[in-house]
Design a protein around this ligand. Structure first.
Ligand code: KIV
Ligand code: NA
Length: 264
């Protein structure tokens, strides 16, 4: 696979070409994903749950993400590698710059932050200082204690309008990717059309430019439970390489996610 950059993703969006991405936490899987030509990888703070066995993502540290980012970069030199900024590592723009520096030095190409309009100033500061940003909206798992659980977001029309506004605001602040988690498919479609930058979805229907899955969900091996929007590609294919390729091809063909993986 050739080196993937944000320019490739922008071009694919303009061409209407869908792309797959997956989380990765170590060199061996990162290499396998690169060999199966998955263009975008994420070192997600989901590692708190799938690697550390914690009930949520809040205990994850910048050092945890930095360590796994170094591992993934070692296995996948050419993917566009995003790294999650953990809970409370970006509560001020200054702190965000320090945390992001650590992740970029570890090999990330972009950092991902959870939140709405309050992040605009932070996103501008990061991008001005050469740190590309992905803004994660919708079900933002670091806010589980505010939401009172993992629930689909943007179902009522006020909340939906707010999310469209936030996506545009954060894109204007400098965000180069928007990621939407667990939102109704029609809302994700609106946001995908409203912003010029690529939109990646998870539990957000199949109208987004890209899709992402937690790798443990794609293989059906998550320690806790299987979210309704995920699919166990290992069960269907019988081996990991074929599972990854099938997932990528299903995303590119617009076949995954299907109705059964989608909220309305
Ligand atoms: O941490 C993670 O794995 C994520 C994805 C689910 C988008 O943020
Ligand atoms: Na995350």
């Amino acid at each position: 696979m050739k080196k993937i950059t944000i320019n490739d993703l922008m071009k694919w969006k303009q061409e209407g070409r869908k792309f797959a991405s997956v989380t990765a936490y170590d060199a061996s899987f990162a290499q396998l994903f690169e060999q199966q030509e998955v263009p975008v990888l994420l070192v997600g703070d989901s590692l708190g749950m799938v690697l550390q066995g914690k009930p949520d993502t809040l205990p994850v540290s910048v050092e945890d993400i930095a360590y796994h980012t170094r591992c993934v970069r070692a296995g996948s030199p050419n993917s566009l590698l995003m790294a999650d900024m953990p809970f409370m590592s970006y509560s001020t723009p200054e702190q965000a710059c320090e945390s992001a520096a650590e992740l970029m030095r570890s090999g990330a190409n972009m950092v991902k932050l959870e939140g709405g309009s309050w992040l605009a100033e932070t996103i501008t500061k990061l991008t001005e200082r050469a740190v590309p940003v992905c803004a994660h909206l919708g079900l933002t798992p670091q806010s589980v204690n505010i939401f009172g659980g993992y629930k689909v977001q943007g179902r009522d029309s006020d909340h939906a309008e707010q999310m469209v506004k936030d996506a545009i605001l954060l894109k204007n602040a400098g965000a180069q990717i928007i990621l939407l988690e667990c939102v109704p498919a029609s809302l994700a479609e609106r946001i995908t059309k409203a912003v010029e930058v690529p939109v990646i979805g998870i539990g957000a229907g199949n109208a987004t430019d890209g899709q992402i899955l937690v790798m443990h969900d794609m293989f059906g091996i998550s320690a806790n439970y299987m979210p309704r929007f995920s699919k166990n590609y290992l069960a269907e294919t019988g081996d990991m390489r074929t599972a990854v390729t099938k997932y990528r091809e299903d995303v590119e063909a617009g076949v995954f996610p299907g109705q059964e993986h989608t909220f309305e």
